[in-house]
Design a protein around this ligand. Structure first.
Ligand code: FAD
Ligand code: SF4
Length: 511
């Protein structure tokens, strides 16, 4: 039967069973489309990385003898509309069956279902064969339970997939979670190996984007993209992580530093989210490296990494499919402020934000704690509308796809879901930022000061936030201690803190 198979830009799974055999009766369809470049304004590195990876993938398929119909962004024949493209390809090639892989984003899932309803040929959706879990596995796991605790999901996943298990029910190392030992500040030692980057000439794609009038922001230094865009590149990044970085990953997972953007982080999120690497092969390689080097690599380094992928990544996907489409509208804390201009320039006197945002704008990358406890913390404390926060995160990061972006941003970081993902809001004063890194050392503001001209804005914002939201959180047991401290605050001091916080909120770009 003559079949058309659609491959979306984040479905670059070389190991998919579709590609096991060369099917002479099958056309693979891939297209760079405006609906994907324009749903938010993206960082140029993100658009280029996806297009480069898609093109390499298409070439590799062709080299293996598959028939691929590929439409570049500025091709005259590219209708820029998925339904038109599919319908036209079907008609022109007398296609009898249309197949697609289940997309990870709700909007594409809806769109493809609709397209299929309007086709008068047989259609089928198949698994993308990437994740450990099925779309609704998490929802089924938590059915009837009161809370959706990540830790219980994670333990089930460890047991089910036999990852880092000493026996059927006992975890390797005697503990499920080594989070407590994953909180070191990096102070110049141990030395951090240079990142495994690339120099991929992006000139041609950049010209095509300009020709097509695609609006992006940011740039690519010397037009050389440093992200992995092929499976071979992705495997190199994985090997580099296992050989050089894993040994200290857990220890410095939460560290912040002005001169180290990546620390011991893997930078594997783009390779995984585009599916050039599967989470299973990443975890297998990491666990094998640990087992072969137990005398050098401690379990705490490895467990911390496994938790991020087998735990958080699969958990976020499950939450997304359980809660969408309503999730995208949640704003439980009723936050309505606008995103400050400095999110687009990095120009602020607050050193932590200058570094974390500046780096995001330069490299389309920030690590987890920069995203959560610096940028996200500030956005929540200043009560920015989660729609605006979401758009910024979705546009700026190389790995930002809605299923994993929105659950992290709107959920974990902004508490806009009212506690589906996080049991309490991730907010802190300057104390945490100073404890985890050196941003405060050369900051214009004093991290110890709470009021006055030189006081760190995070300090007043923190108490202001608690005071503003105390009604909302009054029954949240995990907030009890913070709210008790708030109650004990001297009224005059609280008033001064709130005044200062209000100044920051009203004129964020002056700080
Ligand atoms: P490492 O620190 O080396 O971690 C290894 C891998 O674990 C990552 O590649 C990623 O696949 C996975 N991982 C770690 N934390 C998470 C998490 N919370 N949720 C899901 N997977 C996780 N990750 C995205 O892939 N896309 C996003 O759009 C995204 N947006 C985020 C927004 C906010 C506000 C926050 C707090 C986190 C977000 N994350 C997102 C999660 C995490 O920050 C990134 O996955 C990580 O920084 C990517 O860098 P890395 O590959 O060097 O990660
Ligand atoms: Fe950030 Fe405050 Fe520290 Fe400055 S003093 S780096 S603003 S936390």
């Amino acid at each position: 039967m003559k079949t058309l198979r659609l491959i979306l830009g984040d479905q670059l799974n070389h190991k998919h069973s579709w590609f096991k055999n060369k099917e002479s009766n099958c056309i693979y369809l891939m297209a760079e489309m405006r609906q994907e470049t324009d749903y938010v304004k993206h960082h140029v590195q993100k658009v280029v990385a996806f297009f480069m990876a898609m093109r390499s993938f298409a070439e590799e398929l062709q080299d293996k003898g598959h028939t691929v119909s590929y439409f570049k962004i500025n091709a005259k024949e590219n209708p820029q509309e998925l339904s038109k493209l599919i319908q036209r390809t079907i008609t022109e090639n007398q296609i009898e069956k249309f197949e697609y892989q289940l997309p990870d984003e709700y909007r594409l899932d809806q769109q493809l279902k609709e397209i299929c309803q309007n086709l008068d040929i047989e259609t089928a959706a198949v698994d993308s064969e990437h994740f450990y879990t099925e779309r609704h596995e998490l929802a089924n796991f938590f059915e009837g339970k009161k809370s959706l605790l990540m830790e219980s999901f994670y333990r089930m996943m460890r047991k089910k997939h036999g990852v880092l298990m000493a026996s059927n029910s006992n975890p390797e190392g005697g503990k499920w979670n080594f989070d407590q030992s994953n909180r070191k500040k990096w102070q110049g030692n141990p030395e951090i190996p240079h990142e495994r980057g690339f120099r991929k000439d992006a000139t041609a794609i950049l010209e095509e984007l300009e020709e097509a009038g695609i609006a992006t922001f940011g740039n690519i230094p010397n037009n050389n993209l440093s992200w992995p865009t092929t499976r071979a590149d992705s495997l190199q990044v994985l090997n580099h992580f296992c050989d050089e970085l894993l040994v200290h990953f857990g220890d410095y997972q939460d560290a912040l530093h002005t001169s180290q953007k990546y620390l011991f982080h893997s930078r594997l999120s783009f390779a995984m989210n585009s599916k050039m690497l599967s989470p299973k092969e990443v975890i297998d390689k990491v666990v094998d490296t640990y087992l072969e080097n137990k005398d050098q690599i401690d379990i705490s380094q490895v467990e911390g990494f496994v938790r991020q992928i087998l735990g958080w990544r699969e958990y976020m996907r499950g939450i997304y499919w359980k809660e969408m489409p309503n999730y995208a509208t949640l704003n439980k804390l009723n936050n309505t402020n606008k995103l400050p201009e400095f999110f687009w320039t990095g120009k602020t006197k607050m050193n932590c934000l200058k570094h974390a945002i500046g780096q995001s704008l330069d490299d389309a990358y920030a690590h987890h704690i920069q995203r959560l406890m610096v940028i996200g913390n500030y956005a929540l404390l200043t009560q920015i509308n989660p729609d605006e926060v979401d758009k910024w995160y979705l546009g700026v990061y190389i790995d930002a796809l809605e299923w994993v972006e929105i659950t992290n941003t709107r959920g974990m970081s902004q508490f806009a879901d009212g506690g589906i993902v996080a049991t309490k809001p991730y907010v802190s004063s300057a104390n945490y930022i100073n404890k985890m890194g050196n941003y405060c050392k050369n900051c214009y503001y004093k991290h110890t000061q709470k009021t006055g001209e030189a006081a760190c804005p995070f300090n007043s914002l923190y108490w202001h936030f608690l005071d503003e939201k105390k009604e909302y959180f009054k029954d949240n047991q995990r907030m009890g201690m913070m709210l008790n401290l708030l109650k004990k605050k001297d009224a005059k001091e609280l008033e001064q803190l709130k005044e200062r916080a209000q100044q920051v909120i009203e004129n964020p770009d002056n700080f």
